[in-house]
Design a protein around this ligand. Structure first.
Ligand code: NAP
Ligand code: ZN
Ligand code: ZN
Length: 348
């Protein structure tokens, strides 16, 4: 039998999110029922509910940084058991047959992965995300959360963590590599911690120097304000890798010029507007302009284990369910230290 659970939903591009109830499907043979403890607030949730990325199937419950405990498993489940600490990120399924799924890159499923919210699920219903007390997910898309990471600090790893880990690993951030992180919000602060743990020399490029002490404490060696035009002259031709986490359009040419020979600028920030690039900017230093989307399931588990091994997790501000709208306003003002996480107990 399906069940009705408490949740928070958006009902239009402008109205505040409100308390509501949603349906969760019956636990199928390969499903896991999770009692959610915490759900992170990703800027993608805000882009989505405000309609910045396209049409929204309102009412919609967002949230794809989900952690909690397994309370029930289907008859064929082998990977998880009742009581396990688990997490769910941005995907809850994929086709499993295309070349990319077979390569463990389900996020790039050629038939479209099933997003944790606002996607059409295999039963034809619209998926609903983690700002809710429970979720039912296919066991293959459920991650194990290592015991050493506090649950609330683990939640943001399911999106902010993997979205920065994946390009850092792919472009081989490590000893001898100079990595710049643009924007030190939810994704950015994880990029700094992970790149530093990988052994890279990390520079933060933030709008101001207001969070400099934090950036250095997270492992950055250098911290510069992008509001200071000298920054772009001083750092020209210096980075192997730049991870751009900014949620708004920025002038790509200014950042591309900071790449040294064969350097790559990876866009992970997802403003709805195009980011124009002059090819001549790419000719200099044989630069690359790339993009990256979350990470595969195996890689997400690898990232969680990496964070446990290196003693890193997200810096979080835990909030009550009723403070979500205020938190959205603060994220939009870049006033976040460094991820809001909803205490889902306040929804019960
Ligand atoms: P966030 O916490 O709001 O962080 C974004 C940061 O960008 C801010 O803290 C701020 O950093 C900087 N920033 C914001 N507005 C700016 C502006 N107008 N000019 C310059 N800098 C600005 O957001 P998030 O949750 O980290 O998400 C960041 C972006 O990544 C969003 O667009 C989100 O949708 C996207 N995203 C993509 C993926 C993917 O798979 N590719 C996954 C998750 C999220 P400073 O204060 O340090 O300047
Ligand atoms: Zn996200
Ligand atoms: Zn596929």
């Amino acid at each position: 039998m399906s069940s009705t659970v408490n949740a928070i939903a958006a009902t239009s591009t402008t109205d505040p999110l409100v308390r509501t109830t949603i349906e969760r499907r019956e636990v199928g043979p390969r499903d896991v029922l999770i009692e959610i403890s915490y759900a992170g607030i990703c800027h993608s949730d805000i882009h989505t509910v405000r309609g910045e990325w396209g049409r929204v199937p309102y009412p919609l419950t967002v949230g794809h940084e989900i952690v909690g405990h397994v309370t029930q498993v289907g008859t064929e489940v082998t990977r998880h058991a009742a009581g396990d600490r688990v997490g769910v990120g941005c995907m809850v399924n994929s086709c499993r047959e295309c070349d990319n799924c077979r390569a463990g890159q389900e996020q790039y499923c050629l038939n479209g992965n099933t997003g944790t919210y606002a996607a059409v699920d295999r039963d034809g219903t619209v998926t609903q995300g983690g700002y809710s007390t429970h979720i039912v997910v296919d066991e293959d898309f459920v991650l194990r959360v290592p015991a050493s990471i506090p649950l609330e600090a683990a939640a943001p790893l399911l999106c902010a963590g993997i979205t920065t880990y994946s390009p850092l690993a792919h472009w081989q951030a490590g000893p001898g590599k100079k990595v710049a992180v643009v924007g030190m919000g939810g994704l950015g602060h994880m990029a700094v911690k992970i790149a530093a743990a990988m052994g890279a020399e990390v520079t933060v490029l933030s709008q101001t120097l207001g969070k400099k002490d934090d950036g250095l404490a997270f492992g950055a060696a250098h911290y510069h304000a992008t509001s200071d035009p000298d920054t772009f002259d001083r750092l020209a031709n210096s980075f192997d890798l730049i991870i751009n986490t900014v949620s708004a359009p920025v002038d790509m040419a200014s950042y591309l010029r900071l790449l040294r020979l064969d350097g790559t600028l990876v866009a992970v920030g997802a403003p709805p507007e195009p980011l124009p690039v002059q090819v001549f900017t790419l000719f200099g230093n044989r630069r690359s302009f790339a993009g990256s989307s979350i990470g595969g399931i195996a890689e997400t588990q690898e990232m969680l284990d990496f964070c446990a091994e290196h003693g890193i997790a997200s810096e979080v501000e835990v909030i009550d369910a009723d403070a979500v709208n205020e938190a959205y306003d603060r994220v939009l003002k870049s006033d976040v230290r460094y991820r809001f996480v909803i205490d889902v107990d306040t929804l019960r």
